[in-house]
Design a binder for this molecule. Structure first.
Ligand SMILES: NC(=O)c1ccc[n+]([C@@H]2O[C@H](COP(=O)([O-])OP(=O)(O)OC[C@H]3O[C@@H](n4cnc5c(N)ncnc54)[C@H](O)[C@@H]3O)[C@@H](O)[C@H]2O)c1
Ligand SMILES: O=P(O)(O)OC[C@H](O)CO
Length: 427
């Protein structure tokens, strides 16, 4: 008991901690373990490395784009760790209210933010301001990222690059592009190769309350993933590095679609067996789609995969679960979207996911059912009946060939793929 209560104190104490509080050995992750989930490719020759400027030993200057739940949460987390934090909001009222009261009037309304955070906006920050930053974090919903990056690209100086961190979890409608591809299209492959992706079971509200939390931090450039992990790592917030950003991105985006399915099931009155089935079969589908895409199957067993899938499929704090729950209760998607008040990436991602499923020719009946309910007017009860009436099939089956979309993306990133992507035969 004494141990638990002292843990509770360590995690929730509001006392200000110096940066050196983080043990360097904890904070410096390594890619060296043979069990790391590497992507299924090897670049044919070393690629030109663009790395962010060296991060200061003490406080970093961090600019966060997006002052929604997660942008605000990360601002609070990094402000709490004594970094100099700037949070860009596109809403004038958020900027002025935040700077006056250290509270966000729209998101995480009850939270009092550390004093060392300044809101900026609604104008886009100047080139000089951005050049002065050590870190840029993008907490903008996926569908708006492309336009924002297009606007910001002329303000980036590749000779003096900040560390770039992306936390959105979605697939772009229309292009069915992952964020890696959106970055490549708007900012170029050099910047995309150095970009880092943070994903995992991480409700904003619980992070600001210092609930013990862990995330995956992925990049094609090991040094950049290590820098991002060091930036975020705290005794109540553990970071694990990962060299498979494609798998990490697919995990974060697709789990939102399965969270809609789980919410729908609960909303219809189904109970624990059904939810456990959706989570487990969702993981099998997610792994099959991701592996066919070209990611490592191991990635889906990590925090960004099963960790986040489990979290969002089993909590009414999830916006995606909530969308599903309300659909299951009979509300229309239009009404839900008008009143949700926050982004549920799974709704748009279901479209991109269905395009990917069709292109890969894989079998992902739960994701396809969510798509049909959202966009083809399928009745939720009919969707459940059809899923349950599918003929028996093998429990775990990975696609016989894998990797075409990843190879296309890797070429676009300037990472020529040398070895043939191995054939994946199953567990
Ligand atoms: N909330 C969480 O717990 C959480 C955790 C991990 C990851 N994420 C991911 O972070 C991303 C942001 O989620 P959130 O929870 O902050 O969403 P939110 O709905 O709370 O906030 C959305 C933010 O996007 C901004 N925005 C809306 N339209 C925009 C545009 N055209 N250009 C730029 N910005 C625009 C809004 O002003 C707001 O700041 C999502 O991809 C989400 O999946 C969220
Ligand atoms: O509220 P959701 O469903 O967008 O989930 C938030 C985060 O992705 C949880 O990790």
């Amino acid at each position: 008991m004494r141990f638990l209560s002292s843990l509770g104190h360590a995690f929730t104490s509001r006392s200000v901690r110096p940066l050196s509080y983080i043990s360097r050995s904890l904070a410096r992750p390594s890619f060296a373990s043979p069990l790391q989930p590497y992507p299924l490719f090897t670049p044919s020759r070393p690629f030109a490395m663009l790395t962010a400027k060296p991060q200061p030993a003490g406080a970093s200057k961090v600019l966060i784009f997006g002052a929604g739940n997660f942008g605000s949460c990360l601002a609070s987390h990094l402000g709490d760790s004594q970094h100099d934090v700037y949070m860009w909001a596109r809403e004038e009222n958020i900027v002025s209210h935040f700077n006056k009261h250290k509270r966000n009037p729209v998101y995480l309304k009850d939270h009092e933010f550390p004093a060392n955070i300044t809101a900026v906006g609604p104008e886009v920050p100047s080139k000089e301001f951005m050049e002065d930053m050590d870190v840029l974090i993008f907490a903008i919903p996926t569908q708006f990222l492309r336009d924002n990056l297009r606007t910001l690209r002329p303000k980036l100086n590749t000779e003096n690059m900040p560390l770039m961190v992306f936390v959105n979890k979605g697939i772009e409608i229309g292009s069915h592009a992952l964020t890696l591809e959106i970055i490549t299209d708007t900012c170029g492959p050099e910047i995309a190769r150095a970009a880092t992706f943070v994903s995992g079971p991480s409700f904003a509200k619980e992070i600001v309350d210092r609930q013990p939390t862990s995330v995956s931090v992925a990049s094609f450039t090991e040094a950049e993933a290590a820098k991002a992990a060091t930036l975020f790592h705290q005794p109540h917030f553990r970071c694990y590095t990962n060299g498979d950003p494609i798998g990490i991105e697919l995990s974060g985006a697709l789990k939102n679609v399965y969270a809609i399915a789980a919410g729908m099931s609960d909303g219809m009155g189904f109970q624990n067996n059904t939810r456990a089935m959706i989570i487990t079969r969702g993981l099998a589908e997610l792994t099959c789609i991701g592996t066919a895409y070209g990611a490592s199957p191991l990635t889906f067993l990590g925090l960004a995969g099963v960790g986040d899938l489990f979290l969002t499929c089993s909590s009414s704090n999830s916006r995606n679960y909530t969308v599903g729950y309300r659909l299951g209760q009979g509300e229309s998607l239009d009404d839900i979207m008008k009143t949700l008040g926050s982004v549920a990436e799974g709704v748009s991602t279901a479209k991109g996911a269905q395009m990917i499923i069709d292109e890969l020719g894989v079998n992902a009946p739960i994701a396809s059912s969510v798509y049909d309910v959202l966009y083809n007017g399928k009745d939720t009860r009919l969707a459940v009946r059809e899923l349950m009436e599918l003929p028996p099939s093998k429990e775990l089956e990975l696609p016989p060939t894998a990797g075409k979309p990843a190879r296309r993306l890797l070429r676009k990133l300037g990472l020529e793929v040398d070895s043939p992507v191995p054939q994946v035969r199953g567990f």
